[in-house]
Design a protein around this ligand. Structure first.
Ligand code: ADP
Length: 247
């Protein structure tokens, strides 16, 4: 059997005596679309920070396809294949969507060779492919700051995908977006993930989104995993209803 894409083993970290991760262990398989839910302050963001190197655990290990990455700098982990699209989009708001993406693609190379014609053409082709994948071709020349929130979120995801990640981490991909738009963002995102065979972990507060799109859901509570499994089953669990769904 192939090893999990990401494995967290007994991760523990406390802030001012409160455990934000309390001996957390979990595995993410390749190709999974995994949701994280839980009340505010339960440790969801801390887990993402532990995976991306922004926080070091007091104890425990994180493995990416078997390689221990615990304690690595965030940049090194990003280069190794864990990309994070932040809740607040990180686009240069005064640049076009395409320029943002070209910068993202060029930055992956580590050296700036974007002025060489051959490299430019290659980057442009790659940018166009990503824009099409996320349904943004018609907005390629729009100034990023003028895009409506839903499209900005998709544009932000193209930036994360430009890093060619093995694992994509998303903080509430549909927050701040109208109910109608939420589903279309998720449909687009899901199709892109399936087309590319990508693996993603997303923090979400909307249970309808979780139920409809996640392959698996992890329920966080007080720095621990309260429950995990298929959304249809987990979201019916009385402990989960009491802690998250019914809140
Ligand atoms: P969630 O994402 O589920 O809302 P967080 O992971 O942000 O939860 O927070 C979990 C707990 O850890 C909270 O009590 C929060 O106040 C605390 N915490 C998280 N990050 C820090 C930090 N950098 N410094 C101090 N306390 C933190």
């Amino acid at each position: 059997m192939s090893q999990p894409l990401l494995k967290a083993e007994s991760l523990t970290i406390a802030f001012a005596g409160i455990k934000a991760a309390d001996n957390v262990s979990l595995e993410i398989e390749k190709g999974e679309f995994l949701a994280i839910i839980g009340p505010n302050g339960s440790g969801k963001t801390t887990f993402l920070n532990l995976c991306t190197g922004y926080i070091r655990p007091v104890s425990g290990e994180v493995y990416l396809e078997g390689e221990p990455i615990t304690g690595w700098a965030p940049r090194r982990i990003a280069r190794q294949g864990i990309a994070r699209a932040f809740q607040i989009p990180q686009l240069f708001t005064d640049q076009t969507v395409r320029s943002n993406l070209l910068l993202g693609i060029a930055s992956r190379q580590g050296v700036w060779d974007g002025l060489k014609p051959l490299a430019r053409r290659r980057y442009q082709e790659e940018a166009d492919e990503l824009l099409e994948l996320l349904g943004l071709s018609a907005h390629a020349d729009a100034i990023a700051g003028t895009l409506p929130e839903g499209l900005r979120k998709l544009a932000d995801i193209t930036l994360a995908l430009a890093l060619k990640p093995r694992l994509l981490l998303l903080d509430e991909p549909t927050s701040g977006v109208s109910a109608l738009e939420r589903f279309s963002i998720m449909e687009t995102l899901m199709n892109a993930m399936r087309t590319k065979g990508l693996t993603a972990l997303f923090v979400e507060h909307d249970m309808e989104i979780v139920e409809r799109y996640a392959d698996r859901v992890l329920v966080w509570n007080s720095g621990s995993i309260l429950a995990q499994g298929k959304p249809a089953e987990v979201l019916q669990d009385p402990r989960v209803v009491e802690t998250v769904v019914g809140v």
